[in-house]
Design a binder for this molecule. Sequence first.
Ligand SMILES: NC(=O)c1ccc[n+]([C@@H]2O[C@H](COP(=O)([O-])OP(=O)(O)OC[C@H]3O[C@@H](n4cnc5c(N)ncnc54)[C@H](OP(=O)(O)O)[C@@H]3O)[C@@H](O)[C@H]2O)c1
Length: 331
Amino acid sequence: MSNLARADGNARDREGETPAEPPAVSGSAGASPSRPKLRVLSRDESRSVPKVVVITGASAGIGAAVAREASRLGYLLAITARRGDRLETLAEELRRNGTRVEVIPADLNDYGSPEWIVSETLRRFGRLDVIINNAGLGLPTLFSESKPDEIRKQLEVNLVAPLLLIRHAIPSLIESRGMIINIGSAISCLPNPALGAYGATKAGLAYFNDALRREIGHRGVRVCLVEPGPVKTEFFDAFTKLGPEPGTYHPMLDSPSPWMSADVGIVAQRIVKLIERPKRRLSVRRRFVWPWRIVGFTFQIMPWLGDFVVGSVLKKYERLPVATTSDRNRT
Ligand SMILES: NC(=O)c1ccc[n+]([C@@H]2O[C@H](COP(=O)([O-])OP(=O)(O)OC[C@H]3O[C@@H](n4cnc5c(N)ncnc54)[C@H](OP(=O)(O)O)[C@@H]3O)[C@@H](O)[C@H]2O)c1
């Protein structure tokens, strides 16, 4: 069954409120009581074979850079995103370096995609060692001006899909003594009204990351959270293209200045390094993220101060006229 057909079927199940069937994918049927006993690799076995790494959101930005870095270090790759043409171009580039790359186009807004990605990876490689949950989008709007379908899209892609992907992959990850790397965001340190829904997905992912590590860490699966500050990618295109009025922007919703932003290649190197040297939490760049974390912590213990400071900034900007993209380019 095609991915889209599978996704449609599942969507219909949801609409009709019939529970979707439990995953029946070989090696991923964690929910079934009759699942055969897992054959967990020894530490040495797990180290001796090349690792299969699944990267979501590999068609652009951090995901594409992570794929390039992982290819350089000799990992086998399953790359996924919606834009299959971009994935194919990247795969061709990496194959020229001798990397085995499988392209698995999928839309993470579709309920069936996570299961599809896991089953295709297992079908093509026969194993799965690392999942990098990187795909994500942030739509900058004040919550009271946001569109309900855009709220849902962010929740589906940034939070629901990573959880489902992990759920389907857990048996394989336990067998391979594998690893999960979730790409969160430094925004969860300091709630920001301009990215409230986005921040909620990233804060949710951070909570889940720690809960999951406590659940399956002792079974040999490493679980890491990456919290990037601003990184130069297409992510910020949404700030001008997908804001409340296309072509315009609100100063509160502006993209960060270049000096604040990390280089995507360096961020990718730090992420891929986690595969051999796992950490519970990686902040990149530390010198940017840590001050925000301290401010966020201060506002947590003195919420009235946070409400006053953030609320005052927002009120100040609300008094300013909305500028057009060309105004912005002139500054
Ligand atoms: N850039 C930053 O400053 C920054 C800071 C903190 C955290 N992050 C996080 O880092 C991750 C990567 O961001 P980035 O900066 O690399 O962004 P990006 O350049 O915009 O790339 C986003 C990736 O996610 C994929 N994606 C979006 N919607 C999707 C969907 N419905 N189904 C499948 N894939 C989808 C996109 O592929 P397709 O469009 O081809 O589907 C693309 O490959 C995100 O989780 C983001 O929240 C970024």
